[in-house]
Every structure is written in structure tokens, then in C-alpha cells.
Design a protein around this ligand. Structure first.
Ligand SMILES: Nc1ncnc2c1ncn2[C@@H]1O[C@H](COP(=O)(O)OP(=O)(O)OP(=O)(O)O)[C@@H](O)[C@H]1O
Ligand code: SF4
Ligand SMILES: [Mg+2]
Length: 337
């Protein structure tokens, strides 16, 4: 799955539009779990609704492309989701998914509704059989289908919703904060379940959205850090957690992980201030009003992408560091000659 230069804004007339997703690109390879992390309000759920093509006004698609299974979709304001995109190709486990369970209906009814919403040719009994078989395969008790939501624990409810949402074997699962209401042991069980779904080919790739970087460091192969509507750093999990390149990632890691004293010495402590109002994002780098390493250029010009599309940081300071290292390397080489 590849998204390129994706933009999606909320209409906020008479104010300017809210630039919630603003020029975002990312590739998720088959078999990969990519974590999407960032503070509240940075655009994670908006991006999830763009990729699943479930945007609703006042949110509208401004531009960019989505590419999945060889199909390229241009994101325009008038776009209608192709048949089978949502649910069959991309399954979204939305933030507060548990609220979507009807408290007065058994889980089996939810199975039938979800499956038939995406494929009307599947009969209700067939949908229930599919769910029973999948639950058995995953060593979850099929009898949960006869239960009402309140009869299941929070953890079990979330696992069952994950299984039902992926019954049609989507190419991509987007899980938006699926663990935020769960205790640690239920979080672990859900992560194991997602990995199991991936390993058995029931889903091909996962985008996992959370504030919780320690959690991501356990499940994600790569992490994309989002700030104020943009990915400001993308890299393999160990790079992001142990050697973050962007000052915002440093700050996020310092405020959520517990780096060793030696590492902490070089890191920012927590993040001061709050993310900007995306109707009026700051000029240049959007992090500049909060960045302790800010330079004159940061408030004037958008920082360049340093790296390639799957492994980069968007930062003037990081570019300078890279140039300094390169110059020092050249000097050493010249001295050695
Ligand atoms: N209906 C709306 N109208 C206008 N602006 C909105 C609307 N919904 C969200 N926004 C704005 O879009 C931005 C991105 O919101 P979004 O919900 O995508 O963030 P998020 O990263 O998922 O946050 P959280 O971690 O709290 O779930 C925020 O600035 C938010 O205020
Ligand atoms: S571009 Fe400048 S303001 Fe932005 S993160 Fe880098 S150093 Fe800080
Ligand atoms: Mg959200």
C-alpha cells in the first residue's frame, strides 16, 4: 500500500480550512506493521479515514494518491470509494470501535451486519459460520457470538471486534487506538491476535495508530511520527526509539519512554506547549514555535525531506548535522591521504 502527497482538510468557514493531513506519503509493505504515532490532534484519525475512504463533510479530500493491489486512486473532492474498498481492501478498526457494538443485540448480529455491509452475496448463516471458524482457528471461544456485548470483558470485546472486522481478509487493517481503553494484559492479547492475523495471511499489512510509543516499540516494524498534519520522521522502530533524528521525535520519546541516563543527557525533556491550530499552522516548520533547536530558517522555509520516502526526517537542524558529519568525514579522508 502506498500513499503519496495525500491532503485532506476540514472546511471551517468563515475561518481557513483545517489542514489536518497535509502532504503525507507512506508505503506499507506486505507483512509489515507500521505504527503511526503523535500527540492528540495531529491528524492520525483523519489520515485513517482518508485511507479507508470513509471521509465525511466537513472533511474533504484535497489531493494525492492511494495505491493498493495495483489500483491507483486519485484523491479528489468528488471521489466515490470504489466498490469493496472499505471493508474488503481496507478494514478500519475505528477509534472507539467498541461503541459501534449495539448493546441490545448479540455479537452474531454484528457479524452479519458487518459482513453483509461489504458483501451482500454472503448469507447471514454463512457470515456466522465464517466468524465461528475464524474464532476457533484463533483459539477464541465461538460461543461469544451468542453473547451480548456487556457479557464480555473489554479485552475480549476488542479482540472479537478485531476478528469480525477482518473476516473478509482485507489487504490493510488500520487499527486506530485499539488498546487505549485496555489494561496491559488485554493490550498484549490484542497485539498477539493482530500478529496472528498477519502471520496467517488473514490481513496483509497493518497501520497501528496510537499515542503510546512504548506499545509501538513492541509491535511495529517501522514507525511514522506525525506532527500537525505531516509525517516529520519515518524509520525502522529501533532507529526511531534509540536514535531519533527529529527534535519532535526526541521529545516524544523522552516524554513517553524512559531512555537510559546516557541517552537522556542528549535528549529534550518532555514537550512544552501544544500543537498548533491547524487552521493557521506556523510558516516553515510546523514544530518551530516549540522546538528548542529552532533556527532562523525554520520559521521561514519548510524543511526538506532528509532521506528517502521510507526512512527520513523533515528538519533543518538534522540536515545541518548531516552536512557537518559529511564535511568532517571528508576532512578525515583528506588528512589520511
Ligand atoms: N469535524 C471537524 N471539523 C474541524 N476540524 C476537525 C474536525 N475533526 C477533527 N478536526 C481537527 O483535525 C485535526 C486532526 O484531528 P484528528 O482527530 O485526526 O487527530 P488525532 O491525531 O486522531 O487525535 P487523537 O489522538 O486525539 O485521536 C485536529 O486539529 C482537530 O481539531
Ligand atoms: S526544522 Fe527547525 S524548528 Fe523544525 S524541528 Fe528542525 S530544528 Fe526544529
Ligand atoms: Mg484520533
Amino acid at each position: 500500500m502506498k500513499i503519496t502527497h495525500v491532503r485532506a482538510y476540514y472546511k471551517a468557514a468563515p475561518d481557513p480550512d483545517v489542514k489536518a493531513v497535509d502532504d503525507v506519503s507512506l508505503t506499507i509493505e506486505e507483512g509489515e506493521v507500521v505504527g503511526i504515532a503523535g500527540e492528540s490532534g495531529c491528524g492520525k484519525s483523519t489520515l485513517a479515514s482518508v485511507i479507508s475512504l470513509t471521509t465525511k463533510p466537513p472533511l474533504y479530500l484535497k489531493g494525492g494518491t492511494l495505491e493498493l493491489d495495483g489500483e491507483v486512486i486519485q484523491l479528489t473532492r468528488e471521489l466515490k470509494a470504489p466498490d469493496g474498498w472499505n471493508g474488503l481492501k481496507v478494514a478500519l478498526l475505528p477509534q472507539r470501535a467498541l461503541n459501534s457494538l449495539n448493546p441490545t443485540a448479540r455479537i452474531a448480529k454484528f457479524v452479519v451486519d458487518v459482513v453483509r455491509a461489504h458483501d451482500r452475496s454472503i448469507k447471514p448463516e454463512q457470515a456466522i459460520k465464517m466468524a465461528q471458524e475464524r474464532l476457533e482457528f484463533l483459539q477464541l471461544p465461538p460461543r461469544v457470538l451468542d453473547s451480548y456485548p456487556h457479557q464480555l470483558s473489554g479485552g475480549m470485546r476488542q479482540r472479537v471486534v478485531a476478528v469480525i472486522s477482518t473476516l473478509l481478509n482485507p489487504n490493510l487493517l488500520i487499527a486506530d487506538e485499539p488498546t487505549s481503553a485496555l489494561d496491559v494484559s488485554s493490550q498484549k492479547q490484542l497485539m498477539l491476535l493482530l500478529r496472528q492475523l498477519l502471520a496467517n495471511g488473514f490481513i496483509k499489512r497493518i497501520a497501528f495508530i496510537t499515542h503510546d510509543l512504548p506499545l509501538l516499540s513492541n509491535i511495529a516494524d517501522r514507525i511514522a511520527v506525525m506532527y500537525a498534519g505531516k509525517f516529520i520522521e519515518v524509520g525502522v522502530t529501533s532507529q526511531i526509539v534509540e536514535h531519533p533524528r527529529h527534535p519532535y521525535t526526541h521529545a516524544l520519546i523522552s516524554s513517553t519512554l524512559d531512555p537510559s541516563p546516557e541517552v537522556r543527557h542528549h535528549r529534550l525533556e518532555g514537550i512544552k506547549g501544544t500543537p498548533p491550530d491547524l487552521r493557521w499552522p506556523p510558516a516553515g516548520c510546523r514544530f518551530n514555535p516549540r522546538c528548542p533547536l529552532v533556527m532562523d530558517i525554520c520559521a521561514r522555509e519548510e524543511p526538506p525531506v532528509i532521506g528517502d520516502e521510507n526512512d527520513f526526517a523533515l528538519c533543518w537542524w538534522f540536515q545541518q548535522q548531516k552536512e557537518k558529519r559529511a564535511a568532517a568525514g571528508q576532512l578525515k579522508e583528506a588528512e589520511a591521504k
